[in-house]
Write a protein that binds this ligand. Sequence first.
Ligand code: PGA
Length: 243
Amino acid sequence: MKQKLFAANWKLNKGPKETKSFFEEFLPLLPQESQAQIVFFVPATNLESTAQLLSQTKIHFGAQNCYSQLNGAFTGEISAQIIKEIGARYILLGHSERRQIFKESDEFIALKGKLVQSLGLIPMLCIGETLEERDAGKTEKICEAQLVSFMKSIDLKKDWVVAYEPIWAIGTGRTATTQQVSETHAQIKKLIQREGGSSQTLILYGGSVKPENSKELLAIAEVDGFLVGGASLDPHSFSKICL
Ligand code: PGA
């Protein structure tokens, strides 16, 4: 059985001070024997303090985005090389907020995926459809386009993770039904294998995951863990999801 992965996406929340108080509360809530793999995607400005706070733990951390080149005249961008130097293991790519607000294309995200892997870091690719697309029966086609362009660019023998996040379920309190999650995850799994990927690639679910629905969602065979936004900002909520 695959080991479950629980990822926190803090988005544009918490500075170094709040990060410190979060981990002071969160770490004692995890049982010593816990086998859960946990990753925190913190704002880039907190990577350094997060590295220090987690240095004695097995918990990983990562950035929420990076640029498609390692260095150069790209004012304001964040380099995967620097993220690596701080000690991060993962980089989140193609979150729907990056796609929708910052107009990131599949091609641009795919370039980043290749770069992230070339540094030995693990890209976590977010994919998912809008409500209109789901209602129009286009969920599988949308996931396919987002997945295939990424998979063509990365090295499928190296690690990478997928997070399926229906956009209509993000931050809305509206979770996809277990049937919708199970069906879409199964389609994603099939697509990955069709494109030459591994059956072992982790497929996480994201979108209004909270302690009240996490057990039911985790019981779905094709769900290998979660990407959690809102509920990961509270140490008690997120620790309950990780247990
Ligand atoms: P949410 O966010 O858990 O607040 O819905 C998930 C995400 O955007 O990754």
